[in-house]
Design a protein around this ligand. Structure first.
Ligand SMILES: [Mn+2]
Length: 328
């Protein structure tokens, strides 16, 4: 930790496991604009808790997944359109939050008292749970679950391995991000236990809707480049979101399509969503920590991938603010 902050402390896997044992009714929310790591980790934990401890698990998600992930078989286990603030938590023993870099979209914390279990891999995680385990050296939230399950001698069957592998593949950019080697080790373990890698490639990469390809083309066509600062960004106005028919998870996929351009170290997208501006950063090099920039706008994330949200702001204002950070 920087600035003399006290290092926040992880609970042990045993403490978390012992807590799991006593839970009857559990809610697991996907994070906002959910991705494959959120889907994979939440459904893997549901599968395990039901099988091992006969726990009643409800998975909810305020937002839909992108069209490809909506078609994955275990996505059917999720109740969509409900966020954690929309449901009655009276009979819930615990809310387990996986892959939540922050408590975004979650205001009922006070009602829950001792019941949040927070398992994550975001460096900026603020240990908002009553039990916490955060490991920012791990590539994905699914990787953190793998560590927990291995520590507790869980047998990895085919279904569990498949769910976990989805998060490993998607969050590592199919083994291209800076932590790809970490992800490859996990993947190889899961494949040995029955997971089908090419099935995931086919479902996630092999059936991209044409409207998404058109969205990605728009992002490249409208890239604004600052060569001096090695910085580039694209604005995504509401009209374009409507034109391409994008949900929040689909908007989020865009940023990865404008990274990896030679001579550009940092890319950004600014999206005009319902209540304000959603910003995303990607860094092309581990030497530049974009979570630092996201933090300036109240957001967070990882060194190479971070995001922020500016409520009640116009696209023009947000553009001006982001440009200021980079010197012009
Ligand atoms: Mn993740």
């Amino acid at each position: 930790m920087v600035c003399g902050e006290e290092k926040m402390k992880n609970n042990t896997f045993k403490e978390i496991w012992d807590k799991f044992k006593g839970l009857e009714n559990v809610v697991i929310p996907l994070h906002l604009a959910p991705d494959g790591d959120s889907l994979g980790s939440c459904t893997a934990l549901k599968y395990l808790l039901e099988k091992k401890f006969k726990t009643n698990v409800k998975i909810i998600s305020k937002d839909k997944l992108d069209e490809s992930l909506m078609k994955i078989s275990f996505t059917k286990e999720i109740e969509f359109g409900k966020g954690i603030d929309d449901i009655n938590l009276e009979k819930t023993d615990a809310v387990i939050m996986l892959d939540f870099g922050s408590l975004e979209g979650f205001t009922k914390k006070d009602n829950l008292k001792n019941q949040i279990i927070n398992l994550d891999h975001h460096e900026t995680n603020q240990y908002f749970g009553n039990l916490n385990y955060v490991d920012s050296n791990r590539a994905t939230a699914c990787s953190v679950l793998i560590d927990l399950f291995k520590d507790r001698n869980v047998r990895f069957d085919k279904e569990l391995s498949q769910r976990l592998l989805l998060g490993i593949c998607t969050d590592s950019g199919f083994f291209t991000n800076t932590n790809a080697e970490d992800a490859l080790n996990d993947a190889s373990y899961l494949i040995k236990n029955g997971a089908n890698y090419l099935g995931i490639v086919d479902n996630v990469l092999g059936k991209t809707p044409l409207r998404m390809k058109k969205y990605y083309a728009y992002l490249i066509d409208n890239l604004k480049i600052n060569n001096e600062q090695k910085f580039a960004y694209t604005l995504i106005p509401k009209t374009k979101i409507t034109e391409f028919g994008l949900n929040l998870a689909e908007i989020r996929l865009g940023i990865n399509q404008i990274k990896n351009i030679e001579g550009i170290d940092i890319v950004c997208t600014l999206s005009e969503i319902e209540y304000g501006i959603k910003g995303s950063f990607r860094s092309n090099t581990k030497d530049i920590d974009v979570s630092k920039y996201a933090k300036k706008f109240g957001g967070g994330g990882h060194k190479v991938a971070a995001a922020f949200y500016l409520p009640k702001m116009s696209l023009e204002e947000a553009e001006k603010k982001v440009k200021e950070i980079f010197g012009k």
